[in-house]
Design a binder for this molecule. Structure first.
Ligand code: URA
Length: 179
């Protein structure tokens, strides 16, 4: 099974040595919407579930506002192991993990992928800026991809910040597109 193969992965020596566990992903295997983040943080590394810390709670709340329960959504990260100190994953780590993410997407076959933040968006679109691509549905390898802000950016900008407003709008669009 793919998840078991991922749990045994040691392609990144440092991450394999420092992780508590591989955070494979969450949600139903037939989810129409797949949300893709960057890498697990401390709480995710502890619990084994992606997006359960503050960013995850905001994601759940905004999805619920838009009419979709988190339990109906599949959530994965481009890198499955926590980088120590929550540093940004290196290019090598992202490349090492890429085949896992590709296989997950092949198995999930979602109707729409929402990418949270620049790392996840660049995973699909290549080098870009979030301002240029967010809020627009892109077609990548026959897949619909909707980039938006990372919830951590929305939290940093406060409840009435630009990132929060756009994230809310983009998630509402995502829910409409899969409903
Ligand atoms: N941020 C991410 O990008 N992914 C998580 O799983 C948690 C926080």
């Amino acid at each position: 099974m793919l998840a078991d193969e991922m749990r045994a992965c040691t392609r990144c020596a440092e991450l394999a040595a420092t992780r508590t566990q591989v955070v494979v992903g969450s949600g139903p295997s037939d989810a129409r919407l797949v949300v893709v983040g960057e890498a697990p943080g401390a709480v995710e590394d502890e619990t084994g579930t992606p997006f359960v810390g503050r960013s995850g709670q905001l994601l759940d709340r905004l999805l619920a506002e838009a009419g979709l329960s988190r339990t109906d959504v599949a959530v994965i990260n481009t890198v499955k192991c926590r980088p120590p100190g929550n540093r940004v994953p290196s290019r090598a780590e992202t490349a090492n993990c890429r085949p896992w993410t590709t296989r997950q997407l092949e198995e999930l076959r979602p109707s729409l992928v929402v990418t949270l933040g620049l790392s996840a968006s660049s995973w699909f679109l290549g080098k870009t800026t979030l301002g240029a691509v967010r809020g627009i549905v892109h077609e990548v390898d026959g897949r619909r991809v909707l980039p938006t802000y990372h919830p951590a950016a929305a939290l940093r900008g406060g409840p009435r910040g630009e990132a929060m407003t756009r994230l809310r709008e983009d998630l509402a669009l995502a829910v409409r597109l899969v409903s």
